[in-house]
Design a protein around this ligand. Structure first.
Ligand code: GUN
Length: 283
């Protein structure tokens, strides 16, 4: 079974569009502000997708661009300005930031109620307390995709490969909350294959094409590939060797068309929920 993120994301976007229209009728159009610094080519593509998706569902957006030489202070000042703008409900700082910038300091500046990436310590804490508010978009999208296909998580042996702030860590938290037994593997794991072969549910978020081959996957596993890697010939590939792994498993996400569209859809959901919470109209 192929887990079609594009199709599921399409349904979520239709729901968001309806809810955004209801808010707009009450005189408040939800709005996302995106801060981008430097010239990372992948970031340029992601930001374009995010802005396009906002337009599709009736969420307003604005992009604040800074050069590659920008300072931590300048970005923090920009975020503080957005925190105080009532018409902006979501603030997203696109990562990675240029190397001279203190990424943590900039992210910590985002007002938690507007932090639609869910990276702030407040949201990380709430997630691990088992009472999440705004959840990072990619892992939230993975959970929605599994639910959409009726894939049970409770009681399952889950392995997450990768321990990043954006995916691996929050993914593990969501899976624990959903009742899975969770192992986090990462670059220091000694025998990666021995760990991944235990997984009934395997989520891979590393950024190395072909990292996971058929020998590393348990038969009948559900495999979620979060990697998006640009190959030298220009094609996109995940972290999982799709051609050899797909025939062995119960379900797998393609790249592209799997997790990527779900990430964007969940950003729209988070922006809408942030707007509703700020208006006192919901959780
Ligand atoms: N860079 C890659 N993925 C993400 C994401 O989900 N959020 C942000 N802000 N930057 C990213």
């Amino acid at each position: 079974m192929i887990l079609d993120g594009r199709a599921v994301a399409g349904k979520i976007k239709a729901e968001v569009a309806q809810r955004a229209a209801e808010l707009s009728k009450k005189g408040v159009q939800p709005k996302l502000a995106v801060v981008v610094a430097g010239e990372d080519p992948a970031s340029a593509v992601y930001v374009r997708h995010k802005v396009q998706a906002c337009t599709e569902v009736g969420i307003a957006s604005e992009v604040h661009r800074f050069g590659g030489e920008v300072t931590t202070e300048t970005l923090m000042a920009a975020v503080r300005g957005l925190n105080t703008k009532a018409e902006v409900h979501g603030v997203l700082v696109q990562l990675p930031l240029p190397p001279q910038v203190d990424e943590e300091a900039v992210l910590d500046t985002i007002e938690p109620s507007k932090d639609v990436d869910g990276f702030h310590a407040f949201h990380v804490g709430r997630l691990w307390q088992g009472r999440p508010k705004l959840v990072p978009c990619t892992p939230a999208g993975v959970m929605r995709l599994l639910t959409a296909y009726g894939i049970e998580v409770r009681g399952r042996e889950a392995v997450v490969v990768g321990r990043s702030r954006i995916v691996g860590r929050p993914m593990a938290g969501l899976l624990v909350n959903a009742g899975a037994t969770v192992t986090i593997a990462h670059s220091q794991t000694r025998d990666l294959g021995a760990v991944t072969r235990r997984a009934e549910l395997l989520v891979v978020a590393v950024g190395k094409p072909g990292l996971i081959d058929a020998s590393m996957v348990r038969e009948e596993a559900v495999v979620v590939d979060v990697g998006i890697n640009r190959l030298p010939d220009g094609r996109l590939a995940g972290d999982v060797d799709f051609a050899t792994v797909a025939p062995r498993v119960r379900a797998i996400t393609p790249v592209p068309g799997g997790v990527g569209p779900m990430t964007v859809a969940m950003l729209l959901v988070n922006t809408l929920e942030a707007a509703q919470t700020q208006l006192g109209g919901g959780q």
